[in-house]
Write a protein that binds this ligand. Sequence first.
Ligand SMILES: C[S@@+](CC[C@H](N)C(=O)[O-])C[C@H]1O[C@@H](n2cnc3c(N)ncnc32)[C@H](O)[C@@H]1O
Length: 287
Amino acid sequence: MTIPEAGKGRRPVGGAAGSGNPAEECRLDVSVAHVARVYNYWLGGKDNFAADRIAGDNTISVYPGIRLSARANRAFLARTVRYLTESEGIRQFLDIGTGLPTANNTHEVAQAVAPDSRIVYVDNDPLVLAHARALLTSSEQGATAYLDADLRDTGRILEQAAGTLDFGRPVAIMLIAILHYIPDTAQATLIVADLLDAVPRGSFLVISHAGSDLFPEEIAAFEKSLNEHLPGERHVARRRADVARFFDGTDLLEPGVVRVSEWRPASAQEADVHTTLWGGVGRKKHG
Ligand SMILES: C[S@@+](CC[C@H](N)C(=O)[O-])C[C@H]1O[C@@H](n2cnc3c(N)ncnc32)[C@H](O)[C@@H]1O
C-alpha cells in the first residue's frame, strides 16, 4: 500500500483495511498473537483477539508488572512529544511502531500544543492499518499520514514520509517500544543510523526499549513466554549500555537513558511507576 494522502482536518482518509481491500484484509490472521494486539491487551484495550489474550495472560502470569510498564511507556511517549513540541519547537514527527490507537496518540499530544504539527505514523500490523482512520484526525493546520511498512524498510519509509514531512527541517524520530523486536543488534543499529542520516542537525531521536538488566529474572521469563506466543516476531531486551549506543551521533538530553518513568516525570508518583523499559531523547549533532 502507498501512503495515503495526508489527513487534513477531521476527515478520515481512505486506504485502511476494513474498507474492502482484500489484499490488506487477508494479512489479518487472528489465529496467532501479534505484538500490537498483545500490547493493546496489556493496556486494557479491546482491539485484540483470543490468541492475543492468551499470550497476554501468559506473559502477565510470569511478569504481572508488564501492564504498569506498558502504561509507563505511553506516559513517556506523551511527555517526550509534549516536551519536543513545547520546548524544542519540533513540528514534525515520524512515529514508527505506532501501535493501535489509544489515548494520547502522538498527533493529539503534539497538535494540542502546536496545531500545525505534522505526523507520519508507520506500523506493519494489519489491524493497526485497519484502525488508521483514528490516527488520521489531524487539526486543520497540521497533517497526519499513515504508512503500512516494516521498520527494516527504511528507504521506503523515508521516501514515502517525504510526502508529508519536510526532511530539510528538524524531525523527531519516535522508536517507542519497537527496537526490541529487531533481534539483530547490528541491523537495529543500521536502521537507527539510516533514519538519523535522513534528518538534519537539530532533529531528535526518541527511544524506549525493554531492558534486560531491569528485573532480569522477570524479564527473562516474560520474554520466553512472549516469544513462545509470537510466531512471526522475537522480543529481545537489551542492557542499558546497548540502548544508549543507539543514540550515537546525538547529544543525549538530561537525564540520559533512564527508566522511562524517570524521564522528566510530572510528579514523584509518576517517577515511581514500575517499568522495565529504558528510554531517552537525543538531539542530532551534525548533518
Ligand atoms: C509494543 S507496541 C508499541 C506501540 C507504541 N509505539 C507505544 O509505545 O505505545 C510495538 C509496535 O511496533 C510494531 N512493530 C513491531 N515490529 C515492527 C516492524 N518491524 N515494523 C513496523 N512496525 C513494527 C507493532 O506492530 C506494534 O504496533
